[in-house]
Design a protein around this ligand. Structure first.
Ligand SMILES: [Zn+2]
Length: 297
């Protein structure tokens, strides 16, 4: 799979100017480390992300535009690699990380993780060196109407290093609420993630799916998954215009995307810590779900 992907990137960089521009843009992107407590977050200035950061994802706006993930609407130059008979892997023309991929279901259907975790784990297994992410329809997916994942190389990803020695399902003082679930058995880890999602749904209520971002990778015969339960989609500073940021899975994993130069210059660890606290699930609800999950171990 990796060889086929490398060949796909090579072909698409030649054939698809938008991708070439995005990859060049990423190569020029400045990255600056900031600290939250004893952990590092990489702030990355990527001007070409401004469209995704500010994308309107309300029902009416989505209904008004043609779906940009449906095969029939893709640019003529865009080519994908099939993954099984249900998924296609594409190069993301607005990359945040190296080898940024968008992986879409062939069928146009709503962004929902229920019933699709297995495919996410399969992708993680097929893509050594990568991590795979899922952004919930109300917390970062810019196509909430078409089921998709993203993936990319994880060599820069702070969370992998941050959680290497963590034994529990949570990491104290991490500055953001995250469940860390690991396992070697495919069905056992799917059950565990589904149970976490079920508990979150029961605690937060009122939605088809609790607000969630997920990241997963496969290494040394083990899946490592991160579940970020969300309290809200965008932070207040986005709505007031103070900072144009809208964190999703990659940001929560420690690569914080900032499309505007003025924000990149002034944003600091305390700002990011406050944003993480604001958009992830409030502490009391997080503790409640964590305690239940721990008890079921
Ligand atoms: Zn679609």
């Amino acid at each position: 799979m990796i060889e086929k992907l490398e060949a796909l990137f090579e072909r698409q960089l030649r054939a698809w100017p938008l991708l070439a521009k995005g990859v060049e843009g990423l190569a020029r992107a400045e990255t600056r480390p900031v600290r939250i407590d004893r952990y590092e977050v990489l702030v990355r200035h990527i001007p070409h992300r401004v469209g995704s950061t500010t994308a309107a994802v309300d029902r009416e706006s989505i209904a008004r535009r043609p779906c940009f993930l449906c095969a029939a609407n893709l640019p003529a130059e865009e080519e994908g690699l099939p993954f099984g008979d249900d998924l296609t892997i594409y190069c993301n023309p607005f990359p945040i990380i190296d080898r940024h991929l968008t992986i879409t279901y062939c069928e146009h259907r709503d962004q929902r993780i229920a019933g699709n975790l297995g495919r996410m784990l399969d992708l993680a297994t097929a893509l050594p060196g990568y991590f795979v992410i899922y952004n919930g329809p109300e917390c970062g997916a810019s196509a909430p109407d078409h089921l998709h994942f993203q993936a990319g190389l994880r060599n820069l990803l702070p969370i992998e290093k941050d959680t290497q020695c963590a034994n529990g399902i949570t990491l104290p003082d991490y500055g953001r609420n995250v469940f860390i679930l690991r396992g070697r058995g495919r069905s056992a880890i799917i059950d565990r993630i589904e149970r976490a999602i079920e508990l979150l749904a029961a605690t937060t209520g009122g939605r088809a799916e609790p607000m969630i971002n997920i990241a997963a990778f496969h290494d040394k015969d083990e899946w490592v998954t991160y579940l970020f339960p969300r309290g809200k989609h965008r932070p207040n500073v986005f709505h007031t215009g103070e900072l144009t940021v809208s964190p999703a899975a990659i940001d929560l994993c420690g690569i914080f995307v900032v499309p505007l130069a003025r924000d990149f210059e002034r944003i600091n660890g305390a700002d990011i810590a406050a944003i993480f606290r604001e958009v992830t699930l409030p502490e009391d609800q997080f503790r409640e779900v964590a305690a239940k999950l721990e008890n079921e171990r």
